[in-house]
Each structure stands twice: as C-alpha cells, then as structure tokens.
Ligand binder design. Structure first.
Ligand code: SF4
Length: 315
C-alpha cells in the first residue's frame, strides 16, 4: 500500500545542510503495521511528515498503491488526503480548544464532502462510539476531557473521513502510563474491525513489539535494521537495536541480551559522524566503521541490518 524508495530530506540552514533523512526505504502492505523506531532527532517524524505531504522529499519517492505522491494527479491527491489520516502525540496541542468536539470531528469530513446535517451528526456519533465516547461528547470542549479521552477524540477525528492508512506519531507517549495500553488496544481493535493500515512512529521499542507487524529502526536518518517484528526482536543484529532492546525491561528472565544500552547522545544530523553514524557510541566499532557507510545486509527473509560486522569477513 505504501512504499518509500530511498527517500532523503535535507534542510539547508545558515550553519550547513541538515541531513534529516538519508536514503530510507520501506514497504507497508495493506492491513500491516510498520513501526519506525528511534531516538528523537533520528528523522522518523520527518518521514511521517513526508507521508502526510507536510514536507517534500529532497530525493527518492513515496508511493501509495504504486503512485508517486509527489506527482499524483489532482483528484488522486485529493483522495490521498482523505485516505491518509494522522493521530499526533499531544492531544492537548492537536485539538483546537475553541471548537466543540463535534466540530473538531466534522472538519476532516467537510474537507472532502458536503453531507447533510443529519448524516454528519450520525457519522460524528458513530466515530465517537467507535472510540468509546458517548454521542453527547460532541457538544463539549476538549478541556472537559482527560488526556486519554482527548486522544480518543483525536482518533475519532482521524477515523471520521474513513481513512485506509493512519499515521500514528507517538500516539501514546504523552499519556499516563496507566492508560497507554487502553489506547493501544483501542487502536488495534479499530485496525482489526476496519482493516486499516498503520504507520506508527515511536521511540519506545517495547511499545511496538506487540503492536506492529514489521519494524524499521532508524539511526540518524538511515535504517539501521528492519524486518518482521518477531525476528528483529528475537535476533537483533545491529548493535543499535541491541542497545535499544537492552534498555527495555523484558518479562522473560531467560532472555539474555548481550549489549548494554548505547551510551551518549545521538549525534547531530548537521554534522553526522563519518561512515556508520553510530560508531562513536558503538561498543563493537572497528577500523571500517568510521571509514564507510555499511550497506544493508540480508540477515534472513525480509530482515536486514546495516552493520560492517555482518559483512562476509566478519560474519
Ligand atoms: Fe557498530 Fe561498526 Fe556496526 Fe556501526 S558498522 S553498528 S559502528 S560495528
């Protein structure tokens, strides 16, 4: 359904060129869930913005059902804007405080069609019901709801124009830990019921383990490791993925992880380290690492990792 083909995003600034995204490729089948995971500043939100047409790639292409979204004909593009909706991290910032909930949910519908009042009210009540809120919520303002309820309203707004792909940008990280699972379960139920496809952006690997069918771990704008979620979690091959997983408390005490969490801060995309950008933090770095960018290496079916350790001489 969605495919990124070597997309890059560079920003020119007075201090130089920021290489936010550098040749990222992935594909997301219909009804699948792809998680883009990494620390803040790794480029994952920039990728989401490009999918949402909020930014244009500097290079490469994003294809939706095989069509490059940068060159889509006007009508197809209009349909794309309806078919792809988003839920953002902060339900306090993403809902207009001056509008009643009904109006907030109506906006993306009215951007694409002109239903009568009764049909519009019916659709608003339907999506409120899907997210577990009463129809009466439509008459209230966002400040009358808790954080978790506000995120339900944001989900209802995204569902209102009957999308097929949802971009979920850190959808629970601003919420209390106690309600994160409820919101994730709701999103999963909605996906099962309505056959949606999800692109989820997250910094927390644990969060996506049970939520996504595939995962791409991003480090400084490049894919470090990617593949079906099961194999990537069971046999992480990139030292950065291993470090992220080591930072996750695991329920299985027999599950031994070999590496400690990556020390230090993610480098700047303005001055990325040479070669493998992870080399200043990597416990396994060796001579080849600062010298050249490691190419993606096929670990198993659909599972790739970009690390010099996996090249033939080090395998
Ligand atoms: Fe570490 Fe080198 Fe592999 Fe990069 S290429 S992850 S620095 S071992």
């Amino acid at each position: 359904m969605l495919e990124a083909d070597a997309i890059t995003k560079h920003y020119r600034t007075s201090r130089g060129t920021v290489r936010a995204v550098e040749g990222v490729s992935f594909s997301l089948p219909k009804r699948g869930t792809l998680a883009l995971v990494g620390e803040s500043g790794c480029g994952k939100t920039t990728i989401a913005k490009m999918v949402l047409l909020l930014e244009r790639p500097s290079g490469g292409a994003i294809r939706f059902e095989g069509q490059d979204i940068a060159t889509m004909p006007r009508l197809a593009l209009k349909a794309y804007r309806r078919r792809v909706q988003a839920v953002f991290q902060d339900p306090y910032a993403s809902l207009n405080p001056r509008l009643r909930v009904g109006r907030i949910i109506a906006e993306p519908i009215l951007a694409h069609e002109r239903p009568g009042r009764a049909a519009l009210d019916k659709r608003i009540a339907e999506v409120l019901d899907i997210v577990g809120l009463p129809a009466a919520a439509a008459r209230l303002y966002p400040h009358e709801f808790s954080g978790g309820q506000r995120q339900r309203i944001a989900i209802a707004r995204a569902l209102a124009p009957r999308p097929e792909l949802m971009v979920l940008d850190e959808p629970v990280s601003a919420l209390d830990v106690s309600i994160r699972a409820q919101v994730l379960n709701l999103l999963q139920d909605i996906q099962d019921e309505y056959g949606l496809t999800y692109l989820i952006i997250a910094h927390d690997l644990a969060l996506v383990q049970h939520f996504s069918s595939s995962v791409a771990v991003i480090y400084l704008g490049r894919v470090a490791e990617a593949g079906p979620t099961g194999p990537v979690f069971a046999d992480p091959r990139h030292p950065y993925t291993q470090a992220l997983l080591a930072a996750v408390p695991l329920p299985d005490p027999d599950h031994v992880l070999s590496e400690a969490a990556a020390a230090g801060e993610i480098a700047s995309a303005l001055h990325p380290p040479s070669g493998c950008a992870f080399h200043p933090r990597c416990p396994h770095a060796f001579a080849a690492c600062p010298a050249s960018v490691p190419p993606p290496h096929a670990v198993a079916d659909g599972h790739i990792a970009a690390c010099h350790l996996l090249q033939e001489t080090h395998a």
